[in-house]
Design a protein around this ligand. Structure first.
Ligand SMILES: C[S@@+](CC[C@H](N)C(=O)[O-])C[C@H]1O[C@@H](n2cnc3c(N)ncnc32)[C@H](O)[C@@H]1O
Length: 361
C-alpha cells in the first residue's frame, strides 16, 4: 500500500546515516531539506527524522522535527503524545484492558470494515456448509477481542442453516478481553451458545489446550480477525498449520500493511507505520466521545502499537502486519489453498484491510 521506490529509499538512508552520526538538529534539518526533492511525499523527510530521533530517545529533537510537518496526521498526533507523555514509550500493554478497543469499535472506519467482513464471511458460510455431525456447529475464534464482531457473525450465519445452538471457542491472551467477549456474546447472540475460553497467544498454545479443542472437532471454520499478525513470519506458518489441523477453513481478516519483514529504522518500515497509522487514527479524532476517551483509545491502542514497531528490535515488535501477497504465500506454505480475497476498506483503489479465505479441503 504505502511503498517507497528505490530512489526514495536511497535518499532517505542519508537521513538515517545523519541521525546515526548524531548530527546537530540544524544540520539534520539541512540534510532533510536536501533529501526532499527526491521524495514524492516531501513532508515525510521530517517524519522519518523525527521517528529516528524519538526511537533513540531524543524526544526534544523529535518534537521539533514533527513540528515541521504538522499538517500530517501522524506527526501531529505523535507531537501531542510526546508533549503529554514526555517519553517515546507505549502508554501500556495493548489489549490488556478492553477499554481502548471498546472505544475504537465505535469508529466509522471499524464499522465499515466490520460490514465488509460480515458480508464476506456470510458468503463463505453460504458456499461452505457446516460439517454434518451430531455435535453443535462449532466456530473457533482466534483473538476474539470484545466479541462485537463474532456476535454479528453468528447472528448473520446461524439462520442460513437454521442453527439453534452454536459452540464457540475463544482464544485470546488477555483475560479482560475474554470476559468482555463472553459477556457480549451471551447478551447479543440470538441463539443458544456454549462458550469455551482459552487464555493464550495462539502461537504459544499448549498441548493440553490443543487437546481440549480437538475434542470439539469438527470445527466449521476458524475466524482470525486482526489477530494473527502478532508474530513474525517464521512463526506464522507453523501457527497456521496448527489451525489447519483443527479446522480445514480459516477466514483471515487483516490489514494490508508492511511491518513484518522490513528492518528496524528502515525508511520502508517507518513510511508504512506513519501512513497506515495516520489513516487508522484519523477516525478516532472524529468520534463523538470526550477528549479523555479519545486519548485513552489513541494512546493505549494505535500509538502504543506504532511506537513498539518503530522502537523495538524486530524480535520484540509485537505487531507484524503482512501485505496480502505475502499472506497468500504464507497460507500456501501452511498447506491451504487461497480462496476469495476481498478488500473490506480501500484507499486510493487499493485494499487497506481485507478478508482472505484459506481453504483446506
Ligand atoms: C484488534 S483486536 C481484534 C478483535 C476482533 N477479532 C475484531 O476483529 O474486532 C486483536 C485481538 O487479538 C488478540 N491477540 C493479540 N495477540 C494475540 C495472539 N498472539 N494470539 C491470539 N490473539 C491475540 C488481542 O488480545 C485482541 O483481543
Amino acid at each position: 500500500m504505502f511503498y517507497l521506490n528505490q530512489t526514495e529509499v536511497k535518499h532517505l538512508n542519508k537521513i538515517r546515516g545523519a541521525v546515526a552520526d548524531g548530527l546537530f538538529f540544524d544540520k539534520l534539518v539541512k540534510v532533510c531539506d536536501k533529501t526532499k526533492p527526491y521524495i514524492r511525499d516531501k513532508g515525510f523527510v521530517y517524519t522519518y527524522a523525527g521517528c529516528l530521533l524519538a526511537s533513540g530517545d531524543k524526544v526534544d529533537g523529535a518534537m521539533k522535527m514533527f513540528s515541521l510537518n504538522m499538517q500530517d496526521t501522524f506527526c501531529s498526533i505523535m507531537y501531542g503524545y510526546l508533549a503529554d507523555v514526555g517519553v517515546f514509550e507505549p502508554a501500556g500493554k495493548v489489549f490488556q484492558s478492553a477499554d481502548a478497543y471498546d472505544i475504537y469499535v465505535q469508529t466509522n472506519f471499524y464499522k465499515n470494515h466490520q460490514a465488509g467482513t460480515l458480508k464476506n464471511i456470510s458468503k463463505f458460510a453460504e458456499n461452505i456448509p457446516p460439517p454434518r455431525s451430531d455435535v453443535p456447529v462449532t466456530i473457533l475464534d482466534v483473538g476474539v477481542g470484545n466479541g462485537v464482531l463474532l456476535a454479528k457473525i453468528v447472528n448473520e450465519i446461524a439462520p442460513l442453516y437454521n442453527i439453534k445452538v452454536m459452540r464457540l471457542i475463544f482464544i485470546d491472551p488477555f483475560e479482560d478481553m475474554l470476559k468482555k467477549a463472553v459477556g457480549h456474546c451471551k447478551q447479543n447472540i440470538n441463539i443458544k451458545t456454549e462458550i469455551t475460553t482459552i487464555c493464550c497467544k495462539v502461537q504459544d498454545i499448549s498441548e493440553s489446550q490443543i487437546k481440549l479443542i480437538q475434542q470439539m472437532k469438527p470445527i466449521w471454520f476458524v475466524n482470525a480477525a486482526l489477530s494473527v499478525h502478532h508474530m513474525p513470519r517464521e512463526a506464522k506458518v507453523p501457527m497456521l498449520k496448527q489451525l489447519k489441523w483443527l479446522s480445514p477453513n480459516l477466514l483471515l481478516t487483516e490489514v494490508n500493511w508492511n511491518h513484518d519483514l522490513p528492518e528496524k529504522g528502515s525508511p520502508e518500515l517507518i513510511y508504512s507505520v506513519a501512513n497506515n497509522y495516520a489513516n487508522f487514527c484519523k477516525d478516532i479524532l472524529y468520534l463523538p466521545v470526550t477528549e479523555k476517551e479519545k486519548k485513552l483509545c489513541l494512546y493505549h491502542f494505535p500509538l502504543a502499537e506504532a511506537i513498539n514497531i518503530i522502537k523495538q528490535e524486530r524480535a520484540s515488535r509485537i505487531d507484524y502486519h503482512t501485505p496480502i501477497e505475502e499472506w497468500k504465500k504464507i497460507g500456501r506454505e501452511a498447506g491451504y489453498s487461497i480462496g476469495e480475497t476481498t478488500p473490506t476498506i480501500t484507499l486510493d483503489n487499493e485494499a487497506f484491510a481485507f478478508v482472505m479465505e484459506l481453504l483446506g479441503e
